[in-house]
Write a protein that binds this ligand. Structure first.
Ligand code: GLY
Length: 305
């Protein structure tokens, strides 16, 4: 099972498959739904799926002229993988111009910034929606929400997620079905129609605006930290589900979820998500482990967080 996006982008699934080995995750072409934001945006637009309006730029000059012609909050995104830092929310034109310079002139993310997307900023409630898919059948997981700013009270820089909870109380079965019908199933179908059948976990980062889901981004893998609270709620055997994905037999699987909720808090070294010291000991985990219904997972972050 491939956790982080980097080996997916390098084609680890293609290598395994070529050697007749079993592996869970999308191949290199399908993983572009995460590894190229332009690819994902073009797919969404081609199939008329809900996503904020945007423009793609390959030169800083044209991007800066566009920003000047707009007088509203924008989001500047590097096309490629940028260790979770390639999406910059810009409330003002000055900040958007700085973001373009950072990505395209200072090349803060290297080749990942050869192309950028400038997207309309949407105001709403964010939601993480993950599903298993074998390229045909799509089975949703319970919904989750992560806390992106580094500090309490929505303050500080955005991170990969400082905590998460599941399920999201305001997402009932009807809204979950709407997201499946309007986003997840059509995207999996679109990928197949384009000749890039998608197998693995599809993660949609959504913005809910007036009851309608808009796709902000996709991940081609389990989300972190969402997975730490979603999988403990899964009663079905995860290995059986993954085998069914690999064998394209997911239509035979029914996911069984526990009732109740799960919540996770991430502890990070001071300075995160900027520069921070690594290898520091975390004290007191023994006390926490003795508490009822609490687990600790003192592992390094492997995703783009
Ligand atoms: N929590 C978002 C991510 O895994 O990228």
């Amino acid at each position: 099972m491939v956790g982080p996006e980097l080996p997916l982008s390098l084609g680890i699934v293609d290598e395994f498959t070529a050697r007749g080995l079993r592996i869970f995750g999308p191949d290199k072409a399908a993983a572009r739904i995460e590894t190229s934001k332009v690819f994902a945006k073009n797919l969404l637009q081609k199939y008329g799926l809900p996503t904020p309006s945007s423009k793609v730029f390959t030169a800083a000059g044209a991007a800066l002229s566009y920003i000047l012609s707009q007088d509203r909050p924008l989001v500047v995104k590097a096309d490629g993988l940028a260790a979770g830092k390639g999406v910059i929310v810009c409330p003002t034109s000055e900040e958007a111009a700085q973001a373009v310079k950072l990505i395209m002139e200072e090349r803060a993310f290297g080749d990942a910034g050869n192309r950028i997307i400038i997207e309309d900023y949407l105001e709403g409630e964010e939601l993480s929606f993950m599903a298993f898919t074998d390229g045909k059948t799509v089975l949703p997981m319970v919904t989750s929400q992560d806390h992106k700013p580094v500090y309490d009270g929505d303050r500080g820089l955005n991170t990969g997620g400082m905590g998460a909870y599941a399920p999201v109380p305001w997402v009932g079965p009807e809204l979950a079905r709407q997201i499946m019908d309007e986003v997840m199933a059509p995207v999996v179908q679109a990928m197949a129609s384009e000749g890039y059948p998608y197998k693995g976990v599809l993660y949609a980062g959504l913005m809910m605006v007036e009851g309608k889901p808009y796709v902000l981004e996709f991940n081609a893998r389990f989300g972190d930290p969402e997975t730490q609270i979603v999988l403990p709620l899964l009663r079905s055997d995860l290995v059986e589900v993954m085998q069914a994905v690999i064998d394209e037999q997911l239509h035979k699987v029914k996911l069984d979820w526990k009732s109740g909720s799960a919540l996770c808090v991430v502890l990070a070294s001071g300075g995160y998500p900027g520069n921070y010291r690594k290898g520091l000991a975390i004290q007191g985990l023994g006390d926490i482990q003795a508490m009822e219904n609490i687990e600790t997972a003192p592992n390094g972050r492997m995703t783009n967080s």
